[in-house]
Ligand binder design. Structure first.
Ligand code: GLA
Length: 393
C-alpha cells in the first residue's frame, strides 16, 4: 500500500498545536510552506549548467510563527533529527555580523537562510517547523526547509519578491551553512514548481519551461529504499570536482558546452574515471531535453526508455547508484504497464521514481514489495505547487 500523504491543513494544525504548547499564551500569526521534489530525469547535470526535469511534490515543509514581543528568536522542529535538540535559540545577526554554522545540524539550514535573506533588518520571531518530506530520502527535505523558511521570513520582513534570487539565496544557505555544494535544481523547483507540471530548467540561464504532466491514466510512483549509504555527501563533492576537471581539460567553461565529439577527441587526455563522469553528464543533458519533448507529446514509452538509460548511466558511468536502487528499478521494470524507472536525486540510497499506467499501480507496488529485500515505502504523487504563504484561520 502507498503511504498516505498528510494534507496541508493537517500539517498546519500540527504545527500550530506544537507552537501553542511551546509558547504558552501565544498563537502563530503567519505560515508558509514549500514542497520537496522528485527529479524525473537530468541527474547530476544541474551543477554542470545543464537541464533537469523535476516536479514539486505534495510532500511539504510547513513553518508557522509570529514576531516575538521580547525580540528573542526561537525555532522548534517537530521532526526527529537523530539525537539533536529540537529547539534552538538564535541571536539574529546585526548589520555586517554573521550567523555561523553550529549544532544542531538541522538548524544550519535555517541559519543559512537567515544569513542569506535578502532584506534587513529582521525582527525576532518564534517559529515551528513540521514536514511530511522524508528526511534524507533524496526528496529534498533540506531544500523544502530552506525555501519554506525563506517564505516565512518574507512575511515578517518582505524582500523584493524575486523568485530566482530567492532560490539562489536558499542554495547559498546550503553551501555555506550545511556545507553541501549542491546545484540549483532542488531550491528552484521548490520555489517555482507548478501544479500539474514538471519543470524543464535550464540551469545555466535559470529559465524554466513548465511541461504538462496531469494525464489521469498516468501515475508517478516514488519508492523509498529506506537506505542511505554514508558515501552520499562526500562523493557528491567528489563528482562535482571531477566534472569541473573534465570541463577544464576539454577547454570548456562547463560540461554543458561540451559535445560527445569533444569528449571522444580528447579521450587520451582524460583518465578513465573522469572520462566516464563526463560521458554521463553530456549524454544526460541531451536525454533530458529529449525526455521533455517526449512528455509534451505524450510519448510515455520513449520517456520511460530514457529514464532507464539515465539509471544505467548513473549506475555504470557515474557510480552513484547502489544495489538497493538497482533492485527497485529492476523489480519495477518487470511489471507490465510500467514505462520507466530510475534512481532519483544524488544517489547512494534514497528513492526511485517510476512512471506507469494508473491501473497497474497496485500490482506494481505489490510486485516491488515482494522482490525487494528491504522495507520500501511508496508515495503515489502528482506535480504540485511551489512555495507559498498560507492563511491561518
Ligand atoms: C542533489 C543536489 C542537486 C542535484 C542532485 C543530483 O539532490 O541537491 O542539486 O545535483 O543531487 O541531480
Amino acid at each position: 500500500m502507498a503511504s498516505p500523504i498528510p494534507t496541508l491543513a493537517h500539517l498546519v494544525s500540527e504545527a500550530s498545536s506544537l507552537y501553542k504548547q511551546m509558547f504558552v499564551d501565544d498563537t502563530p500569526q503567519i505560515a508558509a510552506c514549500a514542497p520537496g521534489r522528485v527529479n524525473l530525469i537530468g541527474e547530476h547535470t544541474d551543477y554542470n549548467h545543464g537541464y533537469v526535469l523535476p516536479m514539486a511534490l505534495p510532500l511539504v515543509t510547513v513553518v508557522v510563527g509570529s514576531p516575538s514581543i521580547g525580540g528573542d528568536t526561537v525555532i522548534v522542529t517537530a521532526s526527529e533529527h537523530a539525537d539533536e535538540p529540537r529547539r534552538v535559540d538564535l541571536s539574529l545577526p546585526n548589520e555586517g555580523s554573521k550567523l555561523s554554522p553550529w549544532a544542531p545540524h538541522w538548524a544550519n539550514y535555517v541559519r543559512g537562510v537567515i544569513h542569506h535573506y535578502r532584506a534587513r533588518p529582521l525582527p525576532g520571531f518564534r517559529a515551528v517547523v513540521v514536514s511530511s518530506v522524508p528526511l534524507g530520502g533524496g526528496l529534498s527535505s533540506s531544500a523544502s526547509l530552506e525555501v519554506a523558511f525563506y517564505t516565512f521570513l518574507q512575511q515578517l520582513r518582505p524582500d523584493d519578491g524575486d523568485k530566482i534570487a530567492k532560490a539562489v539565496a536558499c542554495q547559498q544557505a546550503e553551501h555555506t551553512h550545511a556545507r553541501v555544494p549542491c546545484g540549483i535544481m532542488d531550491q528552484f523547483v521548490s520555489v517555482l514548481g507548478t501544479e500539474g507540471h514538471a519543470l524543464l530548467i535550464d540551469c545555466r540561464s535559470l529559465e524554466a519551461i513548465p511541461v504538462p504532466l496531469a494525464d489521469p491514466e498516468l501515475v508517478i510512483l516514488i519508492t523509498n529504499s529506506n537506505v542511505k549509504h554514508s558515501l552520499a555527501s562526500s562523493e557528491y563533492a567528489v563528482r562535482r570536482r571531477q566534472c569541473e576537471e573534465a570541463a577544464s581539460i576539454l577547454g570548456k567553461k562547463s560540461l554543458r558546452d561540451a559535445t560527445m565529439k569533444d569528449l571522444e577527441g580528447s579521450r587520451d587526455k582524460l583518465d578513465d574515471v573522469t572520462y566516464r563522469r563526463a560521458r554521463h553528464v553530456i549524454a544526460e543533458i541531451h536525454r533530458t531535453v529529449k525526455a521533455a519533448e517526449a512528455l509534451k507529446k505524450g510519448a510515455y514509452q520513449d520517456f520511460g526508455q530514457l529514464m532507464v538509460e539515465s539509471h544505467n548511466s548513473l549506475r555504470d558511468l557515474y557510480d552513484v547508484s547502489c544495489q538497493e536502487l538497482d533492485d527497485l528499478v529492476s523489480a519495477a521494470m518487470e511489471v507490465d504497464g510500467v514505462f520507466g524507472s530510475r534512481m532519483t536525486g544524488g544517489g547512494f540510497g534514497g528513492c526511485t521514481v517510476t512512471l506507469l499506467k494508473a491501473h497497474v499501480i497496485d500490482r506494481a507496488i505489490q510486485h516491488i514489495q515482494e522482490r525487494y529485500h528491504g522495507t520500501p515505502t511508496f508515495f503515489v504523487t502528482t506535480p504540485s505547487a511551489g512555495a507559498r504563504a498560507l492563511q491561518l484561520s
